[in-house]
Design a protein around this ligand. Structure first.
Ligand SMILES: O=C1C=CC(=NNc2ccccc2C(=O)O)C=C1
Length: 125
């Protein structure tokens, strides 16, 4: 089914903008994550992501984001669901690992949360 092939543009509930490229026959993909959560201190560059999805109906997926202006990493995992109107939703959870300078601070270095992505509507020309 071509539903829930992750290629394309997605927006999450924080307003961040994710672009995912082609998904290969192994389900692997790459893309960019343009976060909405950083106040534009400097020009906010997109951060790279790599991931993999199952290629079946309503597949599960995972991807990793390397935040390029902080030394932190977020891994997302979830499942793509198609609602009755055919709208796709990526229902997921994430772990954010912040860089800390000492293992003594490791206890406070991992945050967890939920996140939902929907397809970014193509702007009508
Ligand atoms: O430099 C950084 C560090 C962490 C960030 N986390 N963003 C997230 C973490 C979890 C879920 C969504 C987001 C998001 O940006 O939408 C973003 C930029």
């Amino acid at each position: 089914a071509d539903q829930c092939v992750l290629t394309g543009r997605w927006i999450n509930d924080l307003g961040s903008d994710v672009t995912i490229g082609a998904v290969n026959s192994n389900g692997e993909f790459a893309g960019t994550f343009h976060t909405a959560v950083m106040t534009p201190t400097k020009d906010i560059k997109a951060s790279p992501l790599v991931g993999i999805q199952h290629t079946k109906t309503q597949p599960t997926f995972g991807f990793t984001v390397n935040w390029n202006f902080t030394d932190s990493t977020t891994v997302f995992t979830g499942q793509c669901f198609v609602d009755i109107e055919g709208k796709e939703i990526l229902k997921g959870m994430w772990l954010l690992q912040s860089h800390v300078n000492s293992i003594k601070d490791d206890w406070k270095a991992t945050k967890v949360g939920t996140d939902t992505f929907t397809r970014r509507p193509e702007v009508m020309e």
